[in-house]
Design a protein around this ligand. Sequence first.
Ligand code: ADP
Ligand code: MG
Length: 401
Amino acid sequence: MNIHEHQAKAVLKEFGVAVPRGFAVYSPDEALKAAKDLAKDTGTKVFVVKSQIHAGGRGKGKFEGLGADAKGGVRVVFSPEDVKSNADEMLGRVLVTHQTGPAGKQVNRLYIEEGADIAKELYLSLLVDRVSSRVSVVASTEGGMDIEDVAHNTPEKIHTFTIDPATGVFPTHGRTLAKALGLKGDVAKQGAKLLGQLYAAFNAKDMDMLEINPLIITGDDKLIVLDAKVSFDSNSLFRHPDIFALRDETEEDQKEIEASKYDLSYIALDGEIGCMVNGAGLAMATLDIIKLYGSEPANFLDVGGGATTEKVTAAFKIITSDPKVKGILVNIFGGIMKCDIIAEGVIAAVKEVGLKVPLVVRLEGTNVELGKKIINESGLNVIAANDLADAAAKIVKAVKG
Ligand code: ADP
Ligand code: MG
């Protein structure tokens, strides 16, 4: 689960992390009030109006309908009145960044933050490293930029080390971090302290990623977290009601929310072929083979081992509700599940939700002959396939003509 920047900063603040002061707002009037309050509390004359969407690259993002010269999704302004007019322009508008995809995301809330005096922008992130089974720290002096670009163009500027869960953060980690980021004197001390705080937050809240880009050194040598992107392990949310309460469903794909109600593992993708598969491995293989045959999958969907007619129907509805879907591929391996049950489920689902696009069904495993017979005799316009390759070829042909 992802949260907004302002929420991430509030969580980090609980662990003592230094962040600028700010207020989340939903209207231009609230933005004006927030700016006035900030000016009163901190004496700041510089305000930053930050779009809150679950995607990075906001600063360099472009708002739809504002033209190429308009300012991006993070704006530095110098009066409460300008905070208000910018908020007015930004709220309700769609922001497109390199992380949102071309469709962009609508900005429904803003974070009004005091402006920081930036002397240097750095990069620091913590993530779960599955190879070492540890939390891995990634640090770079090249902050404020796309870390993927830094990794690609100047990999020597990215430093990584891991923290042993049995011992946690040691002073040596602080020194390693200082060296990686070029921190000296008191700033190096602040870095070591920050690392301890971030690691504590990461563990306590079951984060699976914590990215600070940029971490800044101010003109008066303070280390401050200026941006924070955090995601949590969804399997642990049951023990973090405070974190779960931060969920913003408007940021999530409606189809994914619907799928989660039926315990379906569903992830929306950008392609044109809807997929209904049982088993995560088979689902991955199905996505691969669709690509191999020259098309793109519209989703990942694992209906699970005990798929009932109800589940299959729900899955079908979700797939067909996606306007991008030009064809559907059902690929089921009947193991514990019997193929005839699946065939009946598919037919019941098609009868209920209708079918406006080609449907290819590939069944294999227990009771496969009976399953095929049921499909063939259903009278529905279903294309039967014999194996995975045949299924992929048939659905791609049906969609592409
Ligand atoms: P994103 O990564 O989504 O573009 P950031 O929060 O990193 O959003 O903001 C982009 C840039 O805007 C930062 O690299 C920094 O230069 C500037 N910025 C962000 N917040 C502030 C702030 N409070 N004060 C001054 N500059 C800021
Ligand atoms: Mg950033």
